[in-house]
Design a protein around this ligand. Structure first.
Ligand code: ZN
Length: 263
């Protein structure tokens, strides 16, 4: 099982080494901005790396919304990120499930997701797996609660769509972690990546504040159980830089009985 961390994008391989990580996730552009990613000068080195790479799409992307001025640029930005992520040999592009505005019909939001994959297919297709991630908050989210996730998967099921399960988002979003993997897989058929995070906030709070695994309101053993059941690569998106994340990775390796990777 490959275990890694979300790291700064300037030098992801050094960041991974500083955490003894086997995987690294990072942004290719400002996560709060709309700029398309620039080609990276270290693309060859990244492609050849032993470390598994994942790219997290910007947070501003919301392909579900009925607001054209957000949805249309979101599709383009997502496709641009997929192309750029494939160029550095990333294993997947993670994007949040998105939401519709209050009063808007969630069914249209799910259909907008379908249209996103149709738009990508018309443009030559996504060149790497796109992993939709569950989110923590909001009343009109596409991937907060599993009843919505099931409707989302009904809409996009004809396309190859991956799933990223975030333990903080599930807990804060109001989904019990116990047996969660089975309930998710009954819908998606797959979990491609686990974001292993504890939560600073209570169950069902709808707040998205990650904590280190031994802290927070989630029993860390439940996070370990989720990872074991998912049997998928793991990224910690926890605070504390190399020290805090390195400790989280070491904690997971210890509990999962996975030895340190060969240097
Ligand atoms: Zn996450």
């Amino acid at each position: 099982m490959r275990i890694g961390a979300h790291v700064d994008s300037a030098d992801p391989l050094s960041e991974a080494a500083a955490r003894t990580a086997e995987a690294a996730q990072f942004f290719l552009s400002d996560p709060q901005g709309w700029k398309a990613p620039k080609p990276r000068e270290d693309a060859d080195r990244l492609r050849a790396a032993e470390v598994d790479l994942y790219v997290h799409a910007p947070y501003v992307i919301n392909v579900a919304t009925l607001n054209n001025r957000i949805r249309i640029p979101s599709r383009k930005l997502l496709l641009g990120h997929a192309t750029a992520a494939a160029e550095i040999g990333a294993k997947g592009l993670i994007v949040h499930g998105g939401h519709v505005n209050a009063g808007d019909d969630l069914a249209v939001g799910f259909d907008n997701w379908r249209k996103t994959f149709a738009y990508a297919a018309d443009s030559g297709g996504f060149t790497l797996p796109v992993l939709i991630e569950n989110t923590a908050g909001g009343d009109n989210a596409c991937a907060r609660r599993l009843d919505a996730l099931a409707r989302l998967w009904d809409a996009v099921g004809e396309y190859e769509v991956g799933f990223c399960l975030d333990t903080c988002h599930a807990h804060a979003g109001g989904e019990e972690l116990l047996d969660l993997v089975d309930r998710v897989k009954a819908i998606t058929g797959r979990i491609d990546l686990v974001h292993a995070n504890n939560s600073k906030d209570a169950f069902g709070s709808g707040r998205d504040r990650h904590d280190n695994l031994a802290g927070g309101s989630i029993d860390p053993d439940l996070v370990v159980d989720v990872i074991r059941a998912a049997n998928a690569p793991v990224i910690v998106e926890t605070p504390g830089g190399p020290d805090g994340q390195g400790a989280d990775i070491a904690f997971l390796r210890d509990r999962l009985g996975a030895g340190s990777p060969a240097a």
